[in-house]
Design a protein around this ligand. Sequence first.
Ligand code: 13P
Length: 355
Amino acid sequence: MSLSDFSQELIATARALAESGKGILAVDESTKTVGKRLGSINVENTEANRQAYRGMLFTTAGLGQYISGAILYEETLFQNHADGESMVQKLQKLGVIPGIKVDQGLRPLPGAGSVETLCTGLDGLVERAADYYAQGARFAKWRAVLQITADGCPSDLSVRENAWGLARYARSVQESGLVPIIEPEILMDGDHTIEVTAAVQERVIQEVYQACHANGVLLEGTLLKPSMTVQGADCSQKADPKIVAEMTVRTLERSVPASVPGIVFLSGGLSEEAASIYLNTMNSIPKKASWNLGFSYGRALQHSCLKAWKGSETESGQAALLARARANSEASQGCYVAGSQPSSDEQLFVAGYTY
Ligand code: 13P
């Protein structure tokens, strides 16, 4: 089997994931990261508790109305719910497509700036992706990270290496039938202005698509997962939602090919409410391009839910998840009314955040 055997299926899966009014639930935190989340509600990081938490998410009645896909960590893709049914079956019953994080984390990038990293996991990826496909996954995620610093990062080396890694990953998983979510995250760390972020992000995304071209990636069978174009977390000039929306749309229009069916933003440390408002504003202003602008949030979909769940309150946790899923579904259609669903304004940004 190769990419050409899967091309029609890849295109159909990418379209289904990018369906208007739906977005992606990112629940692919590594065991260490989910441990920090569970720790914040005083729940121990055991396999049983991870199973209970994610099992609660994946049995939320009606979730498929707002959520097209869920990105899982490997443990979850092969895990059963406590009732014996697999997590994959639980998602399929809701009409949610299972996906899988396939990168194996960040490592320092020799020869680049001290904060710069490369993303690992290319070795054996075609074969691993085939195993994930057999287990029910239909899409994948790979997160490359770039950081803006006063001393010139991201360096050309880091932009090139991370773009190339994303493109090699995208082609590799397409060979085994998985739609790649291409995620070049620009961290919010720093005090740079929104204009600086926009210039860096244009350069990064353009390089990503050049690398995709060189690797023969089928763009119609991919999704882009960018950060929004925002100022650094420590910048004193805070852009309002309209500026963020306009700058983000401009950045994407300048760098994303029209053949990409959907753009699903990460929340990157924005509060739940800000992530919804920015997305809603983007979908309310005039645009030249016709991609669906949706969401693939982790923290901005799970924060209130985790707090409401508290380790055992299934109904409260599910109600909180459904509220944010619905809010972001509305935002992806430009009809979200700020504050109409319970949410949190708490900044979820953590400097030097690792996934
Ligand atoms: P956040 O929305 O919390 O940034 O997570 C999305 C994600 O999948 C990052 O890789």
